[in-house]
Design a binder for this molecule. Structure first.
Ligand code: PBG
Length: 328
């Protein structure tokens, strides 16, 4: 059938008809809110490159969690900013690390919310690399033990899911073994499987003060040119028992999300990263885009590409917009 009988505009004629035939709907449950944690009390410090995002002390973070859970968001991912850093990131596996204090504070009040923790060394090392750094190189196998220690420490504090973002080979297997040996077989692993070496992480590194002091991350994070390699990363992580796989960043990698979605039957998340968020915020600031439409279009496209959930700094605002729409 073709024109004039077939007219696709019939189903675009009103908002209510469009909603009936919409293929992808966003829900606050789709979002995972990233939060930065510092030590102390009463701290809520703004981050210049990430408008409306803050570095929270645990008590302030609990207030923010009350707010986001009231908006229907039911998961968050924590990034720690320690008071002191050293060559091996040892502040990340202390029982009273910034992350552990935050997990306990949240779980004391909101047991139901899913707490995910980023597992990586770059926020905790003085050189800013994601592993042990010797003679200008990041050493793979020795780093694995440290990641295992970190993951077990977060699990002891009550983390529901640990999310390795370091991109060392073999980390998922080691972390799974260390968690199981310590009795945490119920703690899940969300692997940053296809994590690209991206210029979109700039604002995050400001926020976490985690940029490498020398060199770059090209020897461990993926080359932006490679898609087949993403499938190899994902398959290896699944063989090593990753429960959820992830593609990061999201917007410049929608083709990778969609390919991974087709290739595997595990849950797939995508990380709408700091630079993607900052681009929206800066375009809106100078009046070049409508914030709500731009944000919702981006998040919809990430879900349409195949992501089951999206880690995004837009989470609270996007959830507010969705709720406003439903009550109308
Ligand atoms: C830690 C980590 C990074 C991000 C998440 N975990 C930074 C990096 O790899 O340099 C980036 C997140 C973002 O940009 O929003 N390795």
């Amino acid at each position: 059938m073709s024109f004039p009988q077939e007219r696709l505009r019939r189903l675009r004629k009103s908002d209510s008809v469009r909603k009936l035939v919409r293929e992808v709907n966003l829900h606050p449950h789709d979002f995972i809110w990233p939060a930065f944690v510092v030590s102390g009390k009463g701290r809520k410090e703004s981050i210049e490159s990430l408008p409306n995002c803050y570095r929270y002390s645990p008590d302030e973070l609990v207030k923010a969690v009350a707010e986001i859970s009231g908006l229907g968001i039911q998961a968050l991912i924590l990034f720690g900013i320690p008071d002191s850093k050293d060559a091996i990131g040892s502040s990340s596996w202390k029982p009273d690390s910034v992350i552990n204090n935050a997990i306990k504070a949240i779980k004391d009040t909101y047991n139901e919310i899913t707490v995910i923790t980023d597992v990586c060394l770059c926020e905790y090392t003085d050189h800013g690399h994601c592993g042990i750094y010797e003679n200008g190189k990041v050493v793979n196998d020795a780093t694995l033990e440290l990641l295992g220690k970190q993951a077990v420490s977060f699990a002891e504090a009550g983390a529901d899911i640990v999310a390795p973002s370091d991109m060392m080979d073999g980390r998922i297997g080691i972390i799974r073994n260390r968690l199981d040996d310590a009795g945490f077989d119920e703690v899940a692993i969300l692997s940053y499987s296809a994590k690209y070496c991206s210029a979109f992480y700039g604002p995050f590194r400001d926020a976490a003060d985690s940029a490498p002091k020398e060199g770059d991350r090209f020897s461990y994070q993926m080359d932006p040119a490679n898609k087949r390699e993403a499938l190899r990363e994902v398959r290896l992580d699944i063989e090593e028992a990753a429960d959820i796989v992830m593609v990061k960043p999201a917007l410049a990698y929608l083709d990778v999300i969609s390919e991974v979605r087709r290739a595997v039957n595990k849950p797939l998340f995508a990380y709408n990263v700091s630079g993607e968020y900052a681009m929206v915020k800066s375009a809106v600031k100078v009046g070049w885009a409508d914030e709500k439409r731009l944000t919702m279009e981006i998040l919809t496209s990430i879900k349409r590409a195949g992501a089951d959930a999206i880690l995004t700094y837009h989470a609270p605002q996007a959830a507010r917009w969705l709720l406003d729409e439903w009550v109308r």
